[in-house]
Design a protein around this ligand. Structure first.
Ligand code: AP5
Length: 221
């Protein structure tokens, strides 16, 4: 399965792609996570990306296209992948078409998660994750079962992303509307775009995505 999850910041791309990764047995590829790992490791890419990400802007197409080109050739992508956060511009979408063509792979679907802006801001500003294993939580929508203890690993330290500050969230939404939304017609014209209601409960969103995939003949692992 080759799938793209598309949507504005906070739409639920990361949440859903992790659920689908387990269910479909394919690799989840988050370009945001890859860039944050580069920042943490202090690599040249990380040093270049940090201030751009902190400002809520997009990192250069060249860097992202190179990163994805290398990533989708790794063995864990042999059965397919879910892209979360890529492509984010028309040049990235065009470059992805070329990369997939070179590997004789067809894109199954681009699924857009549609969510109103006021809800996005609420979701992003309440989000945090376990510092040890990265499991995601939310002040209102998803709290650990035991307060202060990660459900997944028992960790007790939690962190918030630097770009989740209110002022940066607005810059990220602007970048989405100006640079990413134009790829929706790109995929619509190719008959690949499907839209689901990202404002529903998490398991309902998952069910909607699975219904799209079933309709395309893509079966769970
Ligand atoms: P990235 O990490 O990709 O961030 P983003 O697109 O802004 O998306 P988010 O991770 O904020 O949100 P999400 O849609 O994954 O939502 P989530 O599931 O967490 O990118 C960060 C930065 O890296 C960019 O700004 C850019 O600088 C750079 N970058 C990355 N890729 C790039 C590219 N290709 N080109 C250039 N630059 C790039 O959900 C959010 C919250 O809501 C969570 O707390 C969750 O629990 C909750 N939630 C989710 N679903 C539901 C639901 N149905 N109901 C209630 N709550 C829900």
């Amino acid at each position: 399965m080759e799938l793209i999850l598309l949507g504005p910041p906070g739409a639920g791309k990361g949440t859903q792609s992790k659920l689908l990764e387990t269910r479909y047995g394919v690799a989840q590829i988050s370009t945001g996570d890859m860039l944050r790992a580069e920042v943490k490791a202090g690599t040249p890419i990380g040093l270049e990306a940090k201030s751009i990400m902190d400002a809520g802007k997009l990192v250069s197409d060249d860097i992202l296209i190179r990163m994805i080109g290398e990533r989708i050739k790794r063995p864990d992508c042999a059965k397919g992948f879910i892209l979360d956060g890529f492509p984010r511009t028309v040049p990235q979408a065009e470059a992805l078409d070329k990369l997939l063509h070179e590997q004789a792979v067809d894109l199954d679907a681009v699924i857009e998660l549609k969510v109103d802006e006021a809800i996005l801001v609420e979701r992003i500003s309440g989000r945090y994750s376990c510092a040890k294993c990265g499991e995601g939580y939310h002040d209102k929508f998803k709290q650990p079962k035991t307060p202060g203890v990660c459900d997944a690993c028992g960790g007790t330290e939690f962190i918030r992303r630097p770009d989740d500050k209110a002022e940066t969230v607005h810059a990220r939404l602007e970048a989405y509307n100006a640079q990413t939304a134009p790829i929706l017609p790109y995929y619509r014209a190719r008959g690949r775009l499907f839209t689901v209601d990202g404002m529903a409960e998490m398991d309902e969103v998952e069910a909607q995505i699975e219904a799209v995939l079933r309709g395309l003949g893509v079966a769970a692992a």
